[in-house]
Design a protein around this ligand. Structure first.
Ligand code: FAD
Length: 377
């Protein structure tokens, strides 16, 4: 079996590793001239780390990242509103959640690949079915014939647009700035993700390595992200806790990147004949639950197991059956969290905060219980 993967993001690379380990021959086509990531961190939750354990990557990820034992929502002054204690899941699955630099993770994934050929500077422009499978055309003029294609080409997937044109990208009307800074966090925050919710904005921060902090800040806009300027970031969060203000102040402007937040409206079909979607191309989510990449990593695990066990058609069908409900649950819940986090009306904010404070920890735990559980194949 030969598989061609479009896209060398976290989803494409993890899938290639998983397929290689099953003895399935794989090539990756990536549009970029070199594999690079935005200067940001990522939280690999328990479900993703269970997959990386199976792929033999747990130790190297733990050595290069920072363990996170609780995820907290707070007020702007960092007074707690709700806390998800991750130690319960650490004990249950015998694995920790790890925060890590995206670039470091990508390098770890690249280093793990052995036989997979990665063809850089190969931006797919079209994919057409023919009698021998699929005819792929790339921007650099190259054309290839392929028998089986996995679209791991992200939110704006060309594979998806060619094979399943009827789907829509939803704009959450939020701008997100992400940055990494050399910063010594007070000791009590070292193994926590904290996200402070204010009035139609929020700020999250987490340690990703020794004296390295990854942070993200979001604000709602009316028409587009140009309503805000990176130069005014300090002012937007001027009434937040001094730790947050110091984090912003310590970050070099050129190390901050801005993006609009969107997702893919849930779609019920992820494959057609010998083409299948994985990761963001199938189920891009808003980042509010920190599960986008984790879901792509789960796809890699489930799909490789299915391809190893079954022929292509049954493998794609089983993969979709096993993965779609949970991926959609994440997309829907995350969209809702984004709405709740960005309330503007002070009365509604008060009610929301009250609800968060009173929410029994058993409900938080139950929700995460489902998310952290891998499918059985
Ligand atoms: C602000 C923010 C914070 C986030 N935080 C987290 C987090 O803490 N934890 C988490 O799990 N997730 C998080 N996510 C989500 C996560 O980043 C994505 O879900 C994840 O990167 C998806 O991986 P992917 O490989 O499917 O797609 P991508 O990462 O988008 O990779 C797609 C790859 O395909 C390539 N490509 C695209 N088009 C083509 C083409 N036509 N031809 C060839 N190559 C192509 C791209 O260059 C890229 O390399 C966050 C997202 C955002 C926006």
């Amino acid at each position: 079996m030969n598989i061609d993967i479009i896209g060398a993001g976290i989803g494409g690379l993890t899938t290639a590793i998983a397929l290689e380990q099953k003895g399935i021959k794989t090539r990756i086509f990536e549009q970029a001239e070199r594999i690079k990531s935005v200067g940001a961190g990522i939280i690999l939750a328990n479900n993703a780390m269970q997959v990386y354990e199976k792929l033999g990557l747990r130790k190297v990820i733990e050595e290069n990242g920072n363990p996170i034992s609780s995820m907290n929502i707070t007020k702007p002054n960092l007074n707690p509103l709700s806390k998800i204690d991750l130690t319960y899941f650490e004990q249950k699955h015998n694995i920790k959640n790890i925060a890590i630099h995206r670039g470091t993770l990508q390098q770890i994934l690249l280093d793990k690949l052995n036989s997979t050929e990665i063809k850089l500077n190969h931006k797919l422009t079209s994919i057409v079915e023919n009698t021998n499978g699929y005819y792929l055309e790339f921007e650099n003029g190259e054309q290839i014939q392929s028998s089986t294609v996995l679209g791991a080409d992200g939110l704006n997937s060309i594979v998806r647009q060619n094979i399943f044109p009827n789907n829509s990208i939803r704009n959450a009307n939020q701008i997100c700035w992400r940055g990494i800074t050399e910063f010594e966090l007070p000791i009590k925050f070292k193994n926590e993700l904290n996200e402070a919710w204010g009035k139609s904005e929020r700020f999250g921060f987490v340690q990703i390595a020794e004296n390295k902090v990854y942070w993200y800040a979001l604000k709602s806009f009316k028409k587009n992200k140009n309503e805000f300027s990176i130069n005014d970031l300090e002012q937007y969060f001027s009434d937040y806790n001094s730790v947050i203000k110091d984090i912003i102040k310590s970050t070099k402007k050129e190390q901050i990147n801005a993006a609009e937040i969107s997702d893919l409206k849930p779609t019920n079909i992820w494959f057609k004949d010998n083409v299948c979607l994985i990761g963001d191309s199938a189920h891009a989510t808003t980042p509010n639950m920190g599960q986008g990449a984790c879901q792509a990593i789960e796809d890699a695990f489930v799909l490789s197991e299915c391809l190893y066990k079954y022929g292509i058609t049954k493998a794609f069908l089983e993969y979709q059956k096993l993965r779609l409900p949970k991926a959609h649950q994440v997309v829907k819940a995350s969209w809702l969290v984004g709405k709740m986090a960005h309330l503007k009306n002070p009365i509604l904010i008060g009610l929301r905060n009250q609800m968060l404070r009173l929410m029994p920890s058993s409900i938080n735990r139950k929700q995460n219980e489902q998310i952290f559980q891998l499918a059985e194949i």
